[in-house]
Design a binder for this molecule. Structure first.
Ligand SMILES: C[S@@+](CC[C@H](N)C(=O)[O-])C[C@H]1O[C@@H](n2cnc3c(N)ncnc32)[C@H](O)[C@@H]1O
Length: 307
């Protein structure tokens, strides 16, 4: 099926996390273990990494990839929004660095069975964590036309959202929508052919919107951010890579508010983006934005205002 995932901005992640031996890092989206591997390498011989992912296939993949570093990492299958509880149950309450590399991995997009692909047929699923619902099919068949139109517009930035939602609702009156190619066809039929985007598949934005809702991606990021500052040691670093403007705006707002309250130093005044060379080799990297902060206050003096 090809590679599990090609990580983006690897050198930049290692740099902004300030990876050093003897320190403890959390990779909250360990995926195929690409960033984790670079962190463990850079923190040799005794840095420790706690890797979290809510997809058990990602945990299995990264466990294989990180095996040369046995004894220096631990993997946990959970939501990164639960990081505070995870750390409370661990030997470390605060860590030296936390990484989030948001979104899906190549593995999700390439495996038709996971239901993320508009090119290959599969069940309309799109859950990264298959232990809980709802599936994309439940969302597509269950929400009202207005709700569908709103989410496709908001999370997909799709200007044909109203027509797409209408076509979904008209189709499901006749038959329920169960597969990815069914949905892809409905979206394509809703957009007049002369307005199909030139660089991306016409269903890209709708699939992205539904994926964000299925996985509660914005809520999980916000729940993590509400607690994240307490999880870092003094001078600990938080690095977040986002691929969607709503996520980047959320990260930027939290970081700016923390900085105004004197809790952190902004390490990236503007987001760091991949070089043209990286985008040429890995087109998926093109929308990546990395932001980083360093904590500048001890936890006992860390009283959050309204971030
Ligand atoms: C872009 S991939 C990360 C790739 C990874 N950095 C690498 O080098 O292979 C994002 C990963 O985050 C996971 N993920 C997304 N949201 C999550 C959440 N709320 N909690 C835990 N894992 C999450 C996905 O399952 C996916 O494996």
């Amino acid at each position: 099926m090809g590679i599990f995932h090609q990580p983006v901005l690897v050198d930049e992640v290692v740099f902004y996390l300030n990876c050093e031996s003897g320190k403890i890092y959390v990779d909250g989206t360990v995926g195929g273990g690409g960033h984790a591997c670079a962190i463990l390498e850079k923190t040799s011989p005794d840095g420790f990494l706690l890797g979290i992912d809510w997809d058990k296939e990602a945990i299995a993949e990264s466990d294989g990839r990180l095996s040369p570093y046995k004894g220096r990492y631990q993997l946990i299958c959970d939501n990164f929004a639960n990081m505070m509880q995870i750390l409370k149950a661990s030997p470390w309450k605060e860590v030296d660095g936390i990484l989030l590399d948001l979104g899906v991995s190549f593995h999700h997009l390439n495996d038709p069975e996971r239901g993320f692909s508009f090119l290959k047929d599969g069940p309309l699923d799109m859950r990264m964590d298959r232990r809980t619902g709802p599936t994309a099919a439940e969302i597509v068949n269950g929400l009202s036309q207005k709700e569908l139109s709103e989410i496709i517009y908001k999370y997909g930035e799709e200007k044909w959202a109203k027509r797409i939602a209408k076509n979904i609702v008209e189709t499901r009156k006749k038959t329920s929508i169960k597969t990815t190619l069914q949905l892809s066809k409905i979206v394509q039929e809703a957009i007049p052919r002369r307005y199909w985007p030139r660089k991306i598949h016409p269903a890209t934005r709708t699939f992205q919107a539904i994926r964000i809702v299925v996985n509660r991606e914005i809520e999980n990021l916000e729940n993590f951010l509400k607690e994240a500052i307490y999880l870092l040691k003094y001078r600990g670093r938080l690095v977040i890579i986002s691929f969607h403007s709503l996520e980047d705006r959320l990260v930027k707002t939290y970081f700016r508010n923390w900085s105004r309250e004197g809790l952190v130093k902004l390490l990236t005044k503007r987001p760091v983006v991949p070089s043209l060379e990286e985008v040429r080799k890995n087109p998926h990297a093109r929308s990546a934005k990395l932001r980083a902060v360093e904590k500048r206050r001890q936890n006992e003096n860390c009283h959050l205002g309204k971030a």
